[in-house]
Design a protein around this ligand. Structure first.
Ligand SMILES: Nc1ncnc2c1ncn2[C@@H]1O[C@H](COP(=O)(O)OP(=O)(O)OP(=O)(O)O)[C@@H](O)[C@H]1O
Ligand SMILES: C[C@@](O)(CCOP(=O)(O)OP(=O)(O)O)CC(=O)O
Length: 386
């Protein structure tokens, strides 16, 4: 019997992946760049057991049994097994897989990225595979290839029709820019209506703007972003991050029928950030939105106290939600109202409960193996622990 448990990070793109040139292999039309977020706060955790005693292959996600035959899931397993030494005993054993996310699944918080990176990393341990695996994680969900590495990561779109060169590489490790923090303002954590997969498929089929982005914008922007990260040039980083998020959502509106992911609260957050930056006479805080209304704010640690004070004023915490439930992740600095900046900005507060909760986190490492057997999500018989 062989058993392995891994955790893998969520990643949030600052240069967005939106549009494929090959739907089956999941090959993108442009490079993208992201940071992997600390697995101490948000992660997928996956246990895989291979045993000669198991009768069937089984997979549970968040406590529910899933089919083993979904195309993306089975493509990852096939691709990993194709790299395995067939003489290893576990190659011929059935497997049990149990995974859980410690944050909402399919809500636009990159669960598929963390989930598939974790699955592929754990499979690679199980089958003793060394070398590149981001091309395999990519076949689960495109953005998952970036979660195979920690820190700042670039997914190179590649040119080969096989996808062999469509891989992720690390631009800089997690500790390269230690002051960087991420605040996720969770507007809605329910399962979203339009998946990224279907949204970007319609975009590729109908948007003219996406062609302009791929041909004339992203290459230059990705270069500038890489340099901003390497130089730890926050102002350039922030401006490019916001512009790229805005372009992705403009392209979503240029899609026919349009895919609308941001809502009124998302737009209020955009306005808040721009008012804040105008007041501060520079780009001090940057938003980015994926395929949902939740905002990811990249900012330096020195800015967190004042920014969160403004957020708390504009989006008051409901009195009936416990602070521990509402403020998740790292401990936020003093959450008292900074009266001066709030008065100077003069922003109108929204109703309470507009934000569901806030996650405070930082850039973190890549997937890791958890050695302690108590971490396994499976019992010795291959069934999930209760
Ligand atoms: N831990 C996991 N292990 C394996 N597969 C997972 C895991 N978590 C999520 N998935 C897969 O990813 C799907 C959700 O992906 P989807 O793209 O809809 O949402 P998301 O990743 O949360 O959002 P987004 O990609 O827009 O940020 C799930 O239905 C499941 O198939
Ligand atoms: C908006 C995004 O988060 C899109 C993520 O798309 P997915 O990786 O979820 O899509 P598939 O490849 O179809 O699984 C932007 C990004 O992460 O770059």
């Amino acid at each position: 019997m062989k058993i392995v448990t891994c955790v893998a990070p969520v990643n949030i793109a600052v240069i967005k992946y939106w549009g494929k040139r090959d739907e089956n292999l999941i090959l993108p039309i442009n490079d993208s760049i992201s940071a992997s977020l600390s697995t101490d706060i948000m992660c997928a955790k996956t246990t895989i057991m291979a045993s000669p005693l198991l009768k069937e292959n089984k997979f549970w996600l968040n406590g529910r049994e899933q089919t083993f035959d979904s195309p993306r899931f089975s493509n990852c397993i096939k691709a990993i097994r194709a790299r395995c030494d067939e003489t290893l005993p576990q190659f011929n054993w059935k497997i049990s897989i149990c995974s859980e996310n410690n944050f909402p699944t399919a809500a636009g918080l990159a669960s598929s990225a963390a989930g598939y990176a974790c699955l592929v990393h754990a499979l690679a341990q199980l089958y003793e595979i060394k070398g590149e695996i981001s091309d395999i994680a990519r076949q689960g969900s495109g953005s998952a290839c970036r979660s195979i590495y920690g820190g700042w990561v670039q997914w190179h779109k590649g040119d080969l029709p096989t996808g062999a060169d469509s891989i992720a590489t690390q631009i800089a490790p997690a500790d390269h820019w230690p002051e960087m923090r991420i605040i996720v303002l969770v507007v809605n954590d329910c399962r979203k209506k339009y998946s990224s997969t279907s949204g970007m498929k319609t975009t590729t089929e109908t948007s003219t703007l996406v062609k302009f982005r791929a041909e004339s914008v992203v290459n230059q922007r990705a270069k500038a972003m890489k340099k901003a990260i390497e130089d730890k040039d926050y102002e350039s980083f922030a401006e490019i991050t916001m512009k790229d998020s805005n372009q992705m959502h403009a392209i979503c509106l240029d899609t026919f029928p349009p895919c609308v992911y941001m809502n009124d609260t998302s737009h209020a957050i955009v306005n808040l950030v721009h008012s804040y930056n105008e007041y501060k006479k520079g780009q001090k805080v940057a938003y980015t939105f994926d395929a949902g209304p939740n905002a990811c704010i990249y900012l330096l640690q020195s800015e967190v106290e004042q920014f969160i004070s403004v957020v708390n004023h504009v989006f008051p915490k409901p009195a009936d939600i416990d602070a521990v439930e509402y403020y998740r992740g790292l401990t936020l600095p003093n959450k008292q109202l900074d009266k001066k900046i709030v008065d100077d900005l003069n922003l109108t507060p929204h109703d309470t409960g507009v934000l569901k909760y806030i996650i405070y986190t930082k850039v973190g490492g890549g997937p890791q193996v958890l050695g302690d057997p108590s971490e396994h999500l499976l019992q010795d018989n291959g069934l999930p622990k209760q």
